[in-house]
Design a protein around this ligand. Sequence first.
Ligand SMILES: [Zn+2]
Length: 318
Amino acid sequence: MVGKSVKDPTAAAAGSVALAYHVRAVAKYYGVPVVLHSDHCAKKLLPWFDGMLAADKEYFEKFGEPLFSSHMLDLSEEPDDENIAICVKYFKKMAPMKIWLEMEIGITGGEEDGVNNEDIDPEKLYTTPEQVYSVYEALSKVGPMFSIAAAFGNVHGVYKPGNVSLSPEKLLTHQEYTKEKINSPLARPIFLVMHGGSGSTEDEIATAVKNGVVKMNIDTDTQWAYWDGLRKFEAEKRDYLQGQIGNPEGDEKPNKKCYDPRVWIRKAEESMCARVGDSMAKLGSVDTYTKSTVPGSQQCIVQRNPIEKVVSSLKTLF
Ligand SMILES: [Zn+2]
């Protein structure tokens, strides 16, 4: 999160923390609620996590709320006992600051963030209801603000159809198992997260949401969308991108308006924004919050305890 040339491991969180402050400074101008979340953190990256938590603590002491809304720990490479124990250890630090914890259990196929599960036995790509319950049992003793990324045949990345059998219907089994164990009045007592959402069909996403998925990751498809926006721009303007001066309109004509990074990065960003909107529609989250009409609206993360409000609104849904 800082430049690759910086070798000081304690600097790893500095970029994330700087970004969080930037988001806080500008979020209020967008009129929509913003959740600041850090994703996959494997065991070897815990110093990064520690750095972000230190920034959360500092912010909390001043303003009574954490800097970030939510953090994710991905210790799914470790044995389940160790995975859960480390999550409990961190969740105990996070819960008093009202920070959401997302954790992962079971094996998500493919490759992401340096964790490679491309050659895994396909049977292992499904988290069991017992595994999910053991997480619920341990974390619910600390607080209610946590979600579980359980594997149901999902893969980080996009592969040819046929290689992956996504089974979002299995998520209901997790809900039913835990519901019975804790005698919950809720049909879906667990907040689930869908990793590897890229390449999933509308039906698969709808089933996952119906079975308690409250967040979906779509890294690979948004990576492609970003590149695709740039790819189309380059194809359209190729003759204007071969030198600083000279294009089909004349040998003296400047091309600055085409190779300026602010132009072509914007094309990539517009394409990625459209792809995110597409997923929001499939997840059923479009227009679920009212956009504020107040100029410079405060309807954003600077509100007190927004995550708790999210929890209570989710509880009414499930
Ligand atoms: Zn994951």
